[in-house]
Design a protein around this ligand. Structure first.
Ligand code: 8YV
Length: 319
C-alpha cells in the first residue's frame, strides 16, 4: 500500500511542511496561491486528507465533489465558519481544527489593539515617521488610562479568558457576556451580563472574542454602539463580519466612539476604505496568531488531527 496523500492548500511554515513531507505523500502549494473551488477539487482528487486555512471555503457544493477516499479536512485555525461541518459529516469526512494553539498570541494582539487605540498608536507613529514631531508638549496626543475602566468581553472562550487575565493586570474591571456563566472568572471579579445590551452599556472598552456565526453577524451595529458609553473603544480580534462597518465608521468619525483597534475585517484583505481615513482606527492585517511558535503549533496540531484519522485513532480536536 502506498503512502497516504495529504493536500496542503496553502504554504505553511517550513517545519510543518517538512513534517508533512516526512510522513506523507505531500501535495504542497509553494506559490501560496489561493485556489479556486475547481482547483481545490483537482488537487484533492486522490487525497486522503486536506490541511486547509480559513481562505478555503469548504461549502456543501465543494464537499459533494470531493473524492470518496478523502477522510479528513483539518483546518489551520480555531475558527471554522469557512467549513460546512454538517456537509463533511454527512459524507463521513472528519472536520478538525486547532483550538488553543493561538490563544496567547491572539490575546496579546487584543492588548496591542487596546493600547494602540487608547494611546493613539497610529497617530503617534505617523507623526514620528513624517517628521512632524515638534517636541514634547503637555497636551500632545493624549490618550486615556485603563485603571478603573470597564472592559466588556463578548465571548469568554479561551481567548476571551486570556484577554481578561491580561486586562486585569492593566487595572481594567472585567465584564463579560457569554452563553454560559464562568464561575472561575467570576471568582476573579469578572461580572456576568446575561444580555449583550447590558454588557454594552458598561463597556468603556469592548473586546470581541466570540466565534463568527449567523447569530453574531453585525452584532456590533448602530443600535449596539448607541448603547455604549460616550468615548468607548472597540477592539476586534475575532471576525470582521461581527461588526457593521458603516455603523462603526460613522461612530468613530463623529467621535461618539473614541477609537477602534481592528485585526479582522469583513471581506479581508479588502476593507472598507473609510477606515484608512480615520486617525482613531488602529488597524492590523489579521495578525492574531502570527508568531513563529504559534504558527508551528497550529500546523502540528492540524497534522496531529490528520495522523489520528488516517491511523484510526481518536481525533484530538474534532469540530
Ligand atoms: C489564522 C484565525 O491565522 O485561527 C483562526 O481562526 O483566524 C487565524 O489564527 C487564519 O485564519 C489561518 O487559517
Amino acid at each position: 500500500m502506498g503512502r497516504s496523500i495529504v493536500f496542503v492548500t496553502r504554504k505553511l511554515p517550513p517545519a510543518v511542511e517538512a513534517r508533512v513531507a516526512r510522513d506523507y505523500d505531500a501535495r504542497l502549494n509553494p506559490d501560496d496561491r489561493i485556489y479556486t473551488p475547481d482547483e481545490l477539487i483537482a488537487h484533492a482528487a486522490d487525497a486522503d486528507a486536506m490541511l486547509i486555512c480559513t481562505s478555503e471555503k469548504i461549502t456543501a457544493a465543494l464537499v459533494e465533489r470531493l473524492p470518496a477516499r478523502l477522510k479528513v479536512i483539518s483546518t489551520f485555525s480555531v475558527g471554522y465558519e469557512h467549513m460546512d461541518v454538517a456537509a463533511c459529516r454527512a459524507r463521513g469526512i472528519v472536520a478538525a481544527n486547532t483550538p488553543g494553539a493561538m490563544t496567547e498570541a491572539t490575546a496579546n494582539i487584543a492588548m496591542l489593539l487596546m493600547l494602540g487605540a487608547a494611546r493613539r498608536g497610529y497617530e503617534a507613529q505617523q507623526m514620528v515617521r513624517r517628521g512632524e514631531w515638534q517636541g514634547w508638549t503637555s497636551t500632545m496626543l493624549l490618550g486615556v488610562d485603563f485603571v478603573g475602566k470597564r472592559l466588556g468581553i463578548f465571548g469568554m472562550g479561551r481567548i476571551g479568558r486570556a484577554v481578561a487575565e491580561r486586562a486585569r493586570a492593566f487595572g481594567l474591571q472585567i465584564h463579560y457576556h457569554n452563553r454560559r456563566r464562568l464561575p472561575a472568572a467570576e471568582e476573579q471579579g469578572a461580572v456576568f451580563h446575561e444580555h449583550l445590551d447590558d454588557l454594552l452599556a458598561v463597556s468603556d472598552i469592548l473586546s470581541i472574542n466570540a466565534p463568527s456565526s449567523p447569530e453574531t453577524r453585525h452584532i456590533l451595529n448602530a443600535d449596539a454602539i448607541a448603547r455604549m458609553p460616550d468615548g468607548a473603544i472597540v477592539v476586534n480580534t475575532a471576525r470582521g463580519d461581527m461588526v457593521d462597518d458603516a455603523a462603526l465608521i460613522a461612530a468613530l468619525k463623529a467621535g461618539r466612539l473614541r477609537a477602534a483597534g481592528l485585526d479582522v475585517f469583513a471581506g479581508e484583505p479588502q476593507l472598507n476604505p473609510a477606515y484608512l481615513e480615520l486617525p482613531n482606527a488602529y488597524l492590523l492585517p489579521h495578525l492574531g496568531s502570527a508568531t513563529i511558535e504559534t504558527r508551528d503549533r497550529m500546523g502540528f496540531m492540524a497534522l496531529d488531527n490528520i495522523d489520528a484519522v488516517l491511523q484510526g485513532r481518536p481525533v484530538p480536536h474534532p469540530i
